[in-house]
Unconditional design. Structure first.
Lengths: 530, 378
């Protein structure tokens, strides 16, 4: 097993080494087919040099994850080969991949909650062969690696005590401790807050400076531009091109990624507010002193008062875990509140009654779209009538008219650009973006008064993100009130008319997004302003 | 080294072919067991076939065992499909038998068609009420319905014994002198005996016909109605059902009630079709409620498949009794039933997954793939 400390390569020598030495890891003409004729990878090639951050950029379903599963030995390629340091390797398991130094940190971390950081790091693998291991020694070693890469984490802490960002650090530490030379990070920033992302990036820079190679999977252009040295763009299972970050820009990358150009400029929406009719805004949602119990018995929302008017987008900014989820659920009727009142369209809502909220015209785009927003083993058509089966047309008395529902579904699929073989396709077979379009189609076609959108673009590719945002803006233009909850501050600023900041369950401030000041919002999110 | 990989798509033909292949494999394995214990496998299979279907009265006997299994199988198939774990089919069947025999005794003078209908309804109602106890507890107090429904089986059994052995209840025969020494239930009047449908020498029990009708209705309920739609969503994702504003608690109670009602009609059929008297020992020894779980599992919780599986298991049970003897121990019959169950469920599992043989295996991804796996935690 290679010892990371033995490779004391300075950044300069790492650079000179890349000129002659073969790439640290490369895929050559890799093809992977799955049952049912899906070609996830079609002659994909890329190479990552030593001491380089190499980004794999592509939309959802472009084949990034399959490629990485091949690099880590989870899948074997049908054609083509994987080279490590220029030599072809046949990897049959993650264990074999780890033996040649390839480690992957998944989006879903693989840690045991009840064990300590040190125990998780040595779980199933130990530098010291034999039965026992010295906890103190391991803790010391981990502490040393952690401080070298500036990844503060307490080796004695138990995983359940840690934030998601800290947990990810532990997963990375685990790989480094075990001698990772090539580290694959699968969309590592999804669970991180902006300061944690900065932290991660600085650790990544330390790693490559030490001669390691980082393969960074992402569909977020700013991140790729910020951290990568080179990037290979994947589209529809093919490797389109590898470009030097120094010689490219967001526009070009976006074009390569989606096949056509699109705009990215962050334009606060309030700037076009002047064109809207000057009629007195009619409130569609009023929260007055609402207090909500969280999952662990702690008060998750404290005396929250907010108003959303018709045609207005109210953005909720905040670091994850400050009451956003509870706010979305309480408005959607999925969580009771203990004090206060919620008025929808001027009438008081029944606490914790989802059907009541739906009947009052509340549409809800939940954060957990696969677990909550859809019934995965039912068809697209069935998911589209998940709420309307009680009223509206696809039923006659107690009977459900599936044929009619399927006809409606076909129309909605065309209108909302849902790409599926047909209305009978099971939702679990769709990509993330298409699942979200199913949710959007159902929620927005119900003629809502208020849309609660919780992280509506999380995990979606550029094209789907733009689409979702467009649909929400369009709904607002038609007079629907929108409560937009997102951890993506750019998204909040771009879409919202007003921004409310949640911190520890309280609204610490409401600002007009025309006068949005990132620094001010950032300070409020961090609890520095009250 | 053997590894198991999830296969993403199941072709339609596989759903038919798999159970068939599994049965053949089961026959081969059971053949080895038979040969090892000194029986000629081919001759034994011929005997089983004859005893189940072709010899005189065999088919009629097969349907005697198949009829109650059809009802308890439907009871389990409906509930499990909706992820409501009703293990109480046994007790609900007892209660159905008690209800139907009570109705049969009380309304003995009514015209036969009406009386039969009332017996079925009486059985259904008794089973429904019994199943609603764990249903309500689960829905509103979050108790584990596996435990409560199971425990209520014992309560129902003891209640049934109490009615006949330990009390002077309406059900107990107190007229004949022998009945005072050996407690037994009152015999129903001939009008309360359900007429079978005779096809040559074969008698098809009326209860079986009713069961098939119920199976078809059940399938229609699941596929074509709003109620069935709600049940399917609930069975797939409770979170999605709550999100859609479905009244999930009421639906849990309704599913339980319906499931118990099906077992209750099975109890009614035991009285009307076969026993014509409430016989606690006979009902308890047969264990139809528990075998119903096996039937439903083999039928993959599809109501129509339950009909077929109930006949097959009924045939096997019937053949088991026919084969049993000094040279053919009852244990061997049980072994063969176990082999069949194991093969079919194993085949189902392998249909969902692919097995790879090889020195160094390729592993299915452990993340981002939660679809299609069976989980029994609710």
């Amino acid at each position: 097993m290679l010892d990371i400390r033995a490779v004391g390569v300075s950044p300069a020598s790492a650079e000179s080494a890349t000129a002659e030495s073969p790439p640290a890891v490369a895929a050559v003409g890799v093809t992977k087919r799955f049952a049912g004729g899906v070609v996830a990878n079609d002659r994909v090639s890329f190479e990552a040099k030593r001491g380089e951050v190499h980004a794999l950029l592509g939309e959802n379903g472009a084949g990034k994850t399959t490629l990485c599963n091949i690099l880590t030995g989870l899948y074997r390629p049908d054609e083509g080969e994987v080279l490590v340091n220029g030599k072809p390797v046949r990897l049959h398991s993650p264990h074999e991949a780890q033996a040649v130094g390839i480690f992957m940190v998944h989006q879903h971390l693989s840690l045991v909650d009840s064990l300590t950081v040190a125990e998780n790091v040595v779980l199933g693998w130990s530098r010291h062969r034999g039965l026992g291991f010295s906890g103190r020694q391991v803790e010391a070693e981990i502490g040393e690696i952690a401080s070298r890469y500036h990844m503060p984490v307490d080796p004695k802490a138990r995983i359940w005590q840690l934030s998601l960002g800290e947990r990810q650090r532990v997963d990375i530490l685990k790989a480094l401790y075990r001698g990772a030379r090539i580290l694959i990070l699968d969309e590592p920033t999804t669970v991180l807050t902006p300061p944690e992302i900065e932290q991660l990036f600085s650790s990544i820079r330390d790693m490559v400076a030490g001669g390691s190679t980082v393969v960074f999977i992402s569909h977020k252009l700013p991140e790729v531009l910020a951290i990568a040295d080179r990037t290979t763009i994947l589209r529809k299972g093919r490797s389109i091109r590898t470009v030097d970050i120094a010689e490219t820009d967001a526009r070009q990358l976006a074009r390569l990624m989606v096949g056509h150009e699109m705009s990215f400029d962050v334009v606060p929406r309030a700037s076009d507010a002047a064109s809207e009719p000057a009629a007195a805004p009619r409130p569609v949602l009023e929260l007055d002193g609402v207090c909500v119990q969280g999952d662990f018995g702690i008060e998750a929302l404290k005396e929250v008062s907010l108003t959303v008017s018709a045609g207005e987008i109210l953005g909720i900014a905040g670091v994850a875990g400050n009451g956003q989820r509870e706010l979305a659920e309480v408005v959607a009727g999925l969580r009771p509140f203990i004090r206060g009142t919620i008025r929808i369209g001027g009438e008081e809502a029944v606490p914790g009654d989802a059907r009541d909220a739906i009947n009052r015209g509340v549409a809800y785009i939940p954060e957990d779209r696969m677990g909550t927003g859809v019934s995965p083993n039912l068809s697209v058509a069935e998911n589209l009538i998940l709420k309307s089966y009680r009223r509206g047309s696809p039923h006659a008395g107690p009977l459900l008219l599936m044929r009619q529902a399927e006809a409606q579904a076909t129309a909605l699929m065309a209108r909302f650009d849902i790409r599926a073989p047909g209305p009978r396709t099971l939702v679990r077979q769709l990509s993330g973006g298409n699942v979200q379009k199913v949710v959007l189609a159902r929620e927005l076609s119900s003629d809502p008064r208020l849309v609660v959108a919780a992280s509506p673009t999380r995990g979606l590719d550029v094209g789907a993100t733009e689409y979702v945002r467009g649909v929400l803006l369009d709904a607002a233009r038609k007079g629907v009130g929108i409560l937009l909850i997102s951890e993506d501050l750019d998204e909040i600023v771009e879409l919202s008319d007003r921004i409310a900041v949640l911190y520890e369950g309280r609204v610490v401030g409401v600002v007009d997004s025309a006068h949005a000041n990132y620094e001010q919002i950032g300070l409020m999110m961090a609890g520095a302003v009250s | 080294m053997i590894t198991i990989e999830r296969s993403l798509v199941t072709p339609r033909w596989q759903r038919i072919a798999l159970p068939a292949v599994s049965l053949v494999i089961a026959a081969i394995i059971a053949g080895i067991v038979l040969a090892a214990s000194g029986h000629d496998p081919i001759a034994t299979y011929q005997q089983i076939y004859a005893a189940s279907f072709t010899s005189t009265g065999a088919l009629t006997a097969t349907f005697i065992y198949a009829t109650p299994l059809l009802f308890t199988g439907l009871c389990v198939a409906l509930a499990f499909r909706m992820r409501v774990w009703n293990i109480g089919g046994e007790g609900q069947l007892y209660m159905g038998a008690i209800g139907a025999s009570g109705v049969g005794l009380a309304l003995g003078g009514w015209p036969q068609p009406l009386l039969i209908l009332m017996m079925m309804l009486g059985g259904a109602l008794a089973g429904t009420v019994w199943a609603m106890i764990p249903g309500l507890l689960r829905a509103y107090l979050r108790t584990n319905e596996i435990l409560t429904s199971l425990m209520l089986n014992y309560v129902a059994s003891l209640f049934m014994y109490y009615l006949i052995y330990d009390s002077t209840s309406f059900w107990r025969d107190q007229t004949s002198p022998s009945a005072l020494v050996f407690p037994q239930g009152k015999n129903l009047l001939p009008a309360a005996a359900w007429p079978g449908i005779d096809i040559g020498s074969f008698t098809l029990p009326l209860g079986f016909v009713a069961g098939v009708v119920l199976a078809v209705l059940l399938l229609a309920l699941i596929r074509l109605t709003r109620f069935g739609f709600e049940m399917r969503v609930m069975g797939d994702s409770t979170a999605a059902a709550n999100y859609a504003g479905m009244r999930t608690k009421r639906k849990i109670v309704a599913v339980m009630a319906l499931s118990g009602g099906l077992a209750g009609v099975g109890g009614a059929s035991q009285i009307g079709d076969f026993g014509h008297v409430l016989n606690p020992r006979g009902l308890q020894q047969a264990q139809y409620g528990y075998t119903g779980i096996v039937v439903a599992a083999l039928a993959l919780y599809n109501p129509l498949a339950v009909v077929v599986v109930a006949i097959l298991i009924g045939a096997l049970t019937n053949a088991g009794f026919a084969l049993q003897g000094p040279t053919f121990p009852a244990g061997l019959v049980g072994t063969m039933e176990g082999i069949i169950l194991f093969s079919v469920l194993g085949g189902e599992f392998l249909g969902r997954y692919r097995v790879r043989f090889g020195r160094a295996p390729e592993r299915a991804p452990a993340v981002e793939d939660e679809s299609g796996s069976i989980s029994l935690d609710s």
